[in-house]
Write a protein that binds this ligand. Structure first.
Ligand SMILES: Nc1ncnc2c1ncn2[C@@H]1O[C@H](COP(=O)(O)OP(=O)(O)OP(=O)(O)O)[C@@H](O)[C@H]1O
Ligand SMILES: [Mg+2]
Length: 370
């Protein structure tokens, strides 16, 4: 296995700048996710690593080797796409054996047999080896495609939305399977997805991109708890973080987040973090308060001194949890609570926030203050 490094990589298609000055360090044996919305440059990045797309500028290393000029087949990588592109007229066995028979290195029949059967066992498709692709379910086909990638035991696996077209239940199942497989194989995986839940649940590290620009690289919990800006904050988490315009009012030592609905004091810890990032304030500055749905406290009576009022717009019970949309002055917020809370449309409720969980952003730059 091997590490993968991108140094100031650019991808231009004519005038389109699909990837801009991207530097990444994917560690050996890491499950690394490239996450971002459609068109942000994920596939372009992966295809440059694979050698399917020319690198406009910069350098890509696999292991210790600069691969810019290296043919795809010499890079010792395997790619799994969304469309599995299995050969319809070959059996599962022959589909999986194909890269061994067609590759540069020659394998004996016994070696091929050994590798295909081993991959079949790992992927739990041993009993399907004689079937043809059309006789398989979507999830089984996906496993065959992965099997075909693992038989060569490449240094790095590149996966581009490999499960995004499967139905929701199978996708959830395959998430666990892929993560397990990556650990079993001790493989370096670079996995492209626009689905934040996939990235959050599988990755050791996530790189979030938007418009070809890398915004943040960090483990999932760090991305969730300390997003660098509003885009990242809004992209991970479901339902997404609520953003509420407010002002940060600084009056000597007294700091508050204020709008027409609330006045929430800034704790000394928050203040220290804001200041340690080099911010100096006097008076009032436009800001955005970020609160995740699970970071609100909702009650029917006023519970805390800083609680503010809202009106229930709608409730969505989800078994144990309940999503509640609450109208607060001009804003609508979504929060998560227990289904046991006896509230309904039109009820007046009181909201508080878990201060250790809130976020505050600069309204102009959208960067997080802490
Ligand atoms: N061959 C091409 N010629 C011109 N522009 C391209 C080409 N391939 C991609 N692009 C453009 O480059 C940008 C990045 O595309 P890319 O396929 O890398 O995005 P992506 O993040 O994989 O998106 P998706 O989630 O939709 O697959 C897009 O604006 C796209 O239109
Ligand atoms: Mg893509």
């Amino acid at each position: 296995m091997a590490k993968v490094e991108l140094k100031n990589v650019w991808k231009r298609y004519g005038k389109v700048e699909a990837v801009k000055d991207l530097s990444l360090h994917v560690k050996d044996r890491e499950f690394f996710c490239l996450l971002g919305p459609s068109g942000c440059g994920k596939s372009s990045t992966l295809r440059m690593i694979a050698g399917l797309e020319e690198i406009s500028e910069g350098e890509i290393l696999i292991g210790e080797n600069v691969v810019n000029e290296m043919e795809p087949k010499d890079r010792d990588i395997a790619m799994v796409f969304e469309s599995y592109a299995l050969y319809p007229h070959k059996s599962v066995y022959d589909n999986m054996a194909f890269p061994l028979r067609a590759g540069k290195r020659s394998y004996t029949a016994a070696e091929i047999e050994e590798r295909v059967r081993h991959a079949g066992k790992i992927l739990e498709i041993s009993e399907l080896l004689d079937r043809y692709p059309k006789q398989l379910s979507g999830g089984q086909r996906q496993r065959v495609a992965i099997g075909r990638a693992i038989v060569r035991e490449p240094q790095v696996f590149l996966m581009d939305e490999p499960i995004s077209h499967l139905d929701a239940k199978l996708r959830t199942h395959m998430r666990g399977e892929l993560k397990h497989l990556q650990k079993v194989l001790n493989a370096t995986v670079i996995y492209v997805t626009h689905d934040q839940l996939e990235a959050m649940s599988m990755a050791d590290n996530i790189a979030i991109m938007n418009y070809g620009v890398l915004l943040q690289v960090a483990p999932p919990t760090e991305i969730f708890n300390h997003p660098v800006n509003q885009f990242v904050a809004g992209f991970v988490g479901d339902p997404p973080m609520n953003f509420i315009d407010c002002r940060l009012e600084v009056n000597g030592d007294e700091w508050h987040m204020v709008n027409d609905a609330f006045k929430i004091s800034v704790t000394p810890e928050m203040k220290a973090k804001i200041q340690s990032n080099g911010n100096q304030f006097t008076g009032s500055v436009d800001a955005v308060l970020g609160v995740r749905p699970e970071s609100f406290i909702i009650s029917k009576e006023k519970a805390g001194g800083e609680d503010f009022q809202g009106e229930v717009y709608v409730t969505e019970p989800l078994g144990e949890d309940m999503i509640v949309d609450v109208t607060v002055q001009d804003d609508q917020v979504k929060l998560k609570t227990s289904v046991d809370l006896d509230i309904g449309m039109g009820d007046i409720v009181w909201l508080g926030v878990k201060k250790e969980k809130i976020h505050l952003f600069n309204r102009q730059s959208e960067r997080a203050y802490f």
